[in-house]
Design a protein around this ligand. Structure first.
Ligand code: C2E
Ligand code: MG
Ligand code: MG
Ligand code: MG
Length: 290
């Protein structure tokens, strides 16, 4: 350590900085290996219409199955790779996998929507922008069935570049959503300047919902969305009370552990099959009940 090495010796890194550097190098090397050896997986969290409970789509969430360390959540490694040359390849892996899965899911449910998360660093890379455009075009992804989730802070830094990227994505049929809406502490004027389709209200607002309260924050966001013709997803619904408050406030889609946890593609396919059977059963009364 620096202290033991004597007063005339110069230490560039404190032990703590050294450790952080090692961790960073380990993450970057690990992610590279994960891409090469197929340790990444997507899970899908269903998005429901709160009015009738039908499943409308799902958010793709990245999972890293580390051979020694087990499951590593994206919140732990995405920030580390953001300022490296790995954010592009990881984003492209996610997009390719999500589109492949989307086409399968649409065979079970026409109109099914899959959303993917794009971090700020990837949003501003021309190669990733063009990769997504071409993928959507070449795979003939139906209009409005692939959504992109972006945070406010990732967009407002380079508003004009961002507008051009989003226009390009819109032109091939993608939808654009603001993720974690309400947490960016930014002016709302960007909503008029960018081609936005919907807002995902951050979980922190949903957890504050109380029966018998005016829930004015979420109510205000919903009014804003309605006046601008934007769709709304409430994120992080955990309780029946929260769900009831939301249905009282207005039309809205929802996602959360209280509805469904993120699941494998196979589990989602089973869920959609069950959903279809339930729909068929309510639509046509069976022969013996007629
Ligand atoms: P996010 O996009 O806001 O995704 C929602 C996160 O909230 C997910 O965590 C999800 O599992 C969690 N969640 C959903 N419902 C509930 C709930 O009712 N209660 C609680 N406590 N949590 C809930 P996850 O999968 O760990 O992802 C964390 C973040 O990592 C995501 O936040 C997103 O910003 C980022 N992320 C995930 N996948 C990707 C990806 O493929 N690319 C990029 N760039 N970022 C990703
Ligand atoms: Mg998201
Ligand atoms: Mg979110
Ligand atoms: Mg988030």
């Amino acid at each position: 350590a620096a202290k033991q090495s004597g007063r005339n010796q110069y230490a560039f890194f404190s032990p703590q900085m050294n450790q952080q550097l090692h961790q960073r190098i380990e993450v970057l090397q690990g992610v590279r290996t994960a891409l090469e050896q197929g340790h990444f997986q997507l899970e899908y969290q269903p998005v429901l219409s709160l009015a009738d409970g039908s499943i409308r789509g799902a958010e793709a969430l990245l999972r890293w199955h580390h051979p020694e360390r087990g499951l590593i959540s994206p919140g732990l490694f995405i920030p580390t790779i953001e300022d490296s040359d790995l954010i592009g390849p990881v984003t492209e892996w996610v997009a390719r996998q999500a589109v492949q899965d989307l086409l399968k899911l649409q065979q079970l449910k026409p109109g099914f929507v899959v959303s993917i998360n794009i971090s700020g660093a990837a949003l501003h890379q021309n190669s990733t922008r063009d990769f997504l455009t071409e993928l959507t075009h070449n795979e003939q992804v139906p209009d409005r069935s692939l959504s992109i989730e972006l945070t406010e802070t990732s967009m407002i830094r380079h508003l004009e570049d961002c507008r051009q990227t989003l226009e390009q994505w819109k032109a091939v049929g993608m939808s654009i959503w603001i993720d974690d809406f309400g947490t960016g502490y930014s002016s709302l004027s960007y909503l008029h300047q960018l081609p936005i389709d919907g807002l995902k209200i951050d979980r922190s607002f949903i957890s504050e919902l109380k029966p018998g309260s005016s829930n004015s924050l979420v109510a205000t966001i919903m009014t804003l969305a309605e006046s601008m013709n934007l769709l709304v997803v409430a994120e992080g619904i955990e309780t029946q009370d929260q769900r009831d408050c939301l249905t009282r406030l207005g039309p809205c889609l929802g996602q959360g552990f209280g509805l469904y946890r993120p699941m494998s593609l196979e589990a989602l396919q089973q869920l959609l099959e069950q959903d279809n059977e339930a729909l068929a059963a309510t639509a046509e009364p069976s022969a013996d009940s007629a």
